[in-house]
Each structure stands twice: as structure tokens, then as C-alpha cells.
Ligand binder design. Structure first.
Ligand code: MN
Ligand code: MN
Length: 465
């Protein structure tokens, strides 16, 4: 009797895998395979947007600039400076009643090259870096790194760089001390063990053959780069070159239940939402997919979510629906609903002390809803309204999607944020909704294939609502 009552009254958070049959498991593994293949060709924001645009083009989406007018069913996108993108399907219902928005980010923590990166020291050539986003610096030494990005010459010619991913390519690395001589280093606090200014990438050691000159190794590297890309040293000043781990996304575990890969924050949510969007047709509410940039450094700048570019995109939709008028944009935002699709801190039993087990997000228990983020007394949080959480729950329950309501760590343990507050400040109902991750922001992050599938189901169900 107690058992029945418990069944009825408790919020049982069961392991999702317990409810998966063989054919569902195959579905889940198939999606994760596609996801891993995507991760391997989309390690940076520019690469993600390039792939996303390709997918959109082949699924009937067109650049909004090419439309004169819009009608329900039309599929549009806008690419912002090759680093962020917004997509939409015009709904059957009037957009004046609000949109259904899913917003993720496609940038991930990494190391950027400085504007004047190249130098030589004692027979070695190096690139200086400036880290991007919240990293634990020691994790980025002694691993294979690849270089991705663009160099733009003063005349506008753009050179795309991607070196270190193919088996035949060389890779690069940042050195660390041998333990034998690390006595002093090992006494330091973990966060000071590797200094930011010491994150210098080792890139060469053969001197240019000419006895009379200095900086021969640097010259030899520049000569190689000049032959390969046609660039000179000054061209680094107008470049965006990013160092990311050179290893590939792989299945993790004997049971292959998890994915290990770089950049899963937040590409696990960007990919699953993009995939869901590609499969949508004839939605009731205008469905919008945001793939934003610069989230990891505060969403500032013209490709970040704080910029006016997203408002511009929605205004263009209103213009081309031929309904725009003063203040309509504000109204549309106020009546809209959003899932801020960003990853959640997964509960790690080895580091259990930072989590409240009753409110943590667990791998394999489905999509994680985070009602509020922030730090120290919810400071800076966008706290979702109970009414809206109930509405989202209803969508999930109707569609039999397993979910968990979670918090990012114990009270006063730290905290974080997403793009949720930006749309919430415009009046939209927003809740954070994503995949729990282990070792977030590390060169290799871990997710559960079950949760990846749950995210995909959730995003699809939200847009279909
Ligand atoms: Mn994130
Ligand atoms: Mn992050």
C-alpha cells in the first residue's frame, strides 16, 4: 500500500535507460552518431554556422534578404558575420501572438591567438594566446591542439585556416614542466599552476638557413606560412585564429552510452535544436532558432545575443509579413516563449560535494530544466515564472519526455548564466533547458546519449506546440 502511495505521490527521477527498448536505443545511438560527426567538422562558431547554413539551404530555408514578402510556412534565416545565425519558420497563427524561440550558443571555451602572436625563443617558435571563456588553464597544456579560423588581408582576401584535424596534418601543443622539476609549481594553487601568459603554442624549431640573420626559426615559420597561405606577419593582426583540441568526438564507455568531445557546451543543444528545426513543417506559432556567438564571454559584441541583430531579424520578418508598426516588435517579444537551450552541470559522484543531490542534474535522466541560474542568492538570474514552468512541463509530459528540474551546484558554491536573461528582459517567458554535462569547459566534455536524444525530442515538441 505504501508502495502504491509512494508511486503516486513522489517525483520519481528514474534512469532513462531503464525505459528504453532495443529499437529506441538504436534511434538514440543513431542521433548521437550524427551529432559526433557534426562536432568533428564544427569545432568553432564559424565552422558551426557554415555547416548550419549548408543544412538550412538543403532543407528549403533561404536568406531573409532574398524574400520580398513572407507568408506562413516560409523558411528563412539570417547569418550574422559568419558567426551567429537566426532561423525561422513563419507560423500559421499571427506572429502578433508571439513566437516559440529556442536559443543556444555555438562558441565554446578555447585559446585565441593574440594580434601579434609569433615569436622565437631559444630555438623554438611560438604563438602567444589569450584564452577565451572560463577555462582551467592547466587542462590545455600537453594535449594536441589544432588551429582554426580566418586571416583577412588588407585588400579583403580571406584565408580559411584549419590545420591539425586530418591525420596527415601536424598538430601543436603547449608544454608543461616535467614533475622532476615542478616542485615549486606543484606548491602553487591549482589556478596559478599555469599562468595565462605561459599558454604559448609550440609551432616549430628548424632555423632558416642563413648565418647572417637573427630570429631564423621565426623566419622559417613565416616562410612556410607565406608559401602555404600567401600571408606575411602583419596579416595576423586582422585574423581570428582559435586553438581547439585536435581530438575527435568519440563514444565513451564499454556500453557506449556517452559522448566525449570538445565544445559540447553548447553545441549539444545547438545541434539538437538545429536538427529538430530542419524536420519541422507548418508550425502554429512562428518557430525561431537562435545560434548565438560570444556567450562564453558575456554575449557582448555584434555577434553576441546582447546586440540588436536579433531584433533586426525579427523586425525584418514583421516588415516582410507587411504588418509592422510602432511597438509591434515589443509586443511580439512580450507574448513569446523561449527555451534557452544551454548545458547544465551534470552531477559527478567524484566531486559530489559541490552539488545538492536533491536538485542536481543527472546524466541519463533526461532534459534538464534550470529554473534559475545566477550566483550567491540567485544574483543575476533570470528566474522562470512558475506558470511558465508548468506550461513547459505540460508539453514534456504530453510528449512523454523525461525531464528533471535542476540547479547549478550547491547554494553559494558558484554559479553561472546563459542567454536566458537577455530575452527575459524583453518580456519573453524563458527557462534554461539543456543537456547535463560532466567536465564542462574542459577540452573533453562528457554527455549522455540518452539526454542528447531527450533534448532533440524536447526542442521538436516545443516548436510543434
Ligand atoms: Mn553554455
Ligand atoms: Mn559555457
Amino acid at each position: 500500500m505504501g508502495e502504491e502511495l509512494k508511486e503516486k505521490l513522489f517525483n520519481q527521477k528514474e534512469n532513462g535507460w531503464d525505459h528504453v527498448d532495443e529499437s529506441q536505443k538504436q534511434e538514440i545511438f543513431k542521433l548521437s552518431k550524427e551529432y559526433m560527426d557534426f562536432l568533428n567538422v564544427a569545432k568553432t562558431e564559424r565552422e558551426f554556422i557554415k555547416q548550419a547554413r549548408k543544412l538550412a539551404d538543403s532543407n528549403g530555408y533561404r536568406d531573409i534578404i532574398t524574400f520580398k514578402t513572407l507568408k506562413p510556412g516560409d523558411k528563412v534565416y539570417f547569418v550574422n558575420r559568419e558567426k551567429s545565425m537566426y532561423l525561422a519558420i513563419i507560423g500559421e497563427d499571427s506572429i502578433e501572438n508571439g513566437m516559440h524561440i529556442i536559443g543556444s550558443h555555438v562558441d565554446s571555451p578555447r585559446l585565441d591567438l593574440k594580434p601579434n602572436p609569433l615569436y622565437e625563443d631559444t630555438g623554438f617558435a611560438y604563438f602567444k594566446t589569450h584564452y577565451y571563456g572560463g577555462i582551467k588553464k592547466y587542462q590545455w597544456t600537453t594535449i594536441p591542439l589544432s588551429i582554426h579560423g580566418v586571416m583577412v588581408k588588407a585588400d579583403g582576401e580571406k584565408i580559411e585556416v584549419n590545420i591539425g584535424e586530418n591525420e596527415e596534418d601536424p598538430i601543436f601543443t603547449i608544454t608543461d614542466l616535467l614533475p622532476h622539476l615542478a616542485q615549486e609549481q606543484m606548491e602553487k594553487k591549482l589556478k596559478n599552476g599555469i599562468e595565462g601568459e605561459d599558454l604559448n603554442l609550440l609551432i616549430g624549431s628548424i632555423p632558416y638557413q642563413d648565418k647572417k640573420i637573427t630570429e631564423k626559426v621565426k623566419l622559417n615559420i613565416l616562410n612556410i606560412l607565406n608559401q602555404k597561405y600567401g600571408i606575411t606577419e602583419v596579416d595576423f593582426t586582422s585574423s581570428e585564429l582559435e586553438l581547439v583540441p585536435a581530438f575527435r568526438a568519440r563514444s565513451l564507455g564499454f556500453d557506449e552510452s556517452m559522448v566525449a568531445g570538445y565544445g559540447q557546451d553548447d553545441k549539444v543543444c545547438s545541434y539538437t535544436s538545429l536538427k529538430a528545426m530542419m524536420e519541422l513543417e507548418n508550425v502554429k506559432h512562428t518557430a525561431v532558432c537562435i545560434l548565438s556567438d560570444k556567450e562564453e564571454i558575456g554575449s557582448m559584441g555584434n555577434t553576441g545575443m546582447e546586440s540588436q541583430m536579433f531584433d533586426f531579424f525579427i523586425s525584418e520578418i514583421l516588415n516582410k509579413l507587411q504588418i509592422n508598426r510602432p511597438n509591434l516588435l515589443n509586443q511580439v517579444f512580450c507574448f513569446s516563449k523561449m527555451l534557452s537551450s544551454d548545458v547544465d552541470a551534470g552531477y559527478d559522484p567524484i566531486y559530489s560535494s559541490v552539488s545538492d543531490k536533491t536538485n542536481a542534474g543527472f546524466l541519463g535522466k533526461g532534459i534538464a530544466l534550470v529554473k534559475y541560474t545566477g550566483a550567491r542568492g540567485k544574483s543575476g538570474a533570470s528566474d522562470a515564472n512558475a506558470e511558465y514552468v508548468a506550461w513547459v512541463r505540460n508539453v514534456l509530459e504530453k510528449n512523454e519526455i523525461r525531464y528533471q528540474l535542476t540547479e547549478l551546484g550547491k547554494v553559494d558554491m558558484g554559479g553561472g548564466g546563459t542567454i536566458a536573461y537577455i530575452l527575459a528582459n524583453k518580456g519573453t517567458d524563458v527557462i534554461d533547458c539543456g543537456v547535463p554535462v560532466l567536465c564542462m569547459h574542459a577540452p573533453y566534455e562528457v554527455t549522455s546519449k540518452y539526454d542528447i536524444y531527450s533534448a532533440y525530442q524536447t526542442y521538436k515538441a516545443f516548436w510543434k506546440e
